[in-house]
Ligand binder design. Sequence first.
Ligand code: ZN
Length: 239
Amino acid sequence: MLSDAEVQRILIIVAHPDDVDFSAAGTIAGWTDAGLEVGYCIVTDGDAGGHDESVPRAEIAPLRRKEQTAAAACVGVTDLRFLGYPDGMVEATLGLRKDLARVIRQVRPDRVVCPSPERNYARLPPSHPDHRAVGSAALDAVYPDARNPFAFPELRTDEGLDAWTVREIWLPGGPAPNHWVDVTGTFDRKVAALRAHESQTAHMDNLADFLRGWLARSAAQGGLPEGRLAEAFQVIEAG
Ligand SMILES: [Zn+2]
């Protein structure tokens, strides 16, 4: 596994606004504190989300982009790219692979964080179909698309984007977690980031308690001392 000192840039690829904050915001706050460059690529605008039926659906996408931008600021991230795919309808198409390969070649990250393409049979919500489709397309974009100069050759000939090899992939909620990041010190910023997604979390009175319980269980699973909080990842060597 790469140490953070060997990493300059990190690209987070997710399906919906708020996914990154539930899965990895505490870890990301630590990375930006350490001076690493972190960018987000958000495939949909989450326009099928929300709970307030009085908000016209057409207003949801711009609102959720605004909320994600505010949430990113809580953990030191200002580079956000929204691909604008329709929420709830994402498929791991060649078109999505090309769009993600483009972003990877633009950002040139050492490490990519993306959802697991596998279904979690213990709990359904982490395996939303959009998450699985984005995870599958993102892994294919890392290998082989972004690194193969002859994959989507127009990225090179028309857009001047040279091939790029990502060296490491982190899957939050991957089927076989093998790395736990202690986020006790950044927990409050993770909660603030999630609170910035007002249209999603305003009704969750017990959000901080829920997160604390979840991250404490994760820390125990990772063998961290009692009282610590952790986000779990499956780290995959990709270089
Ligand atoms: Zn999601």
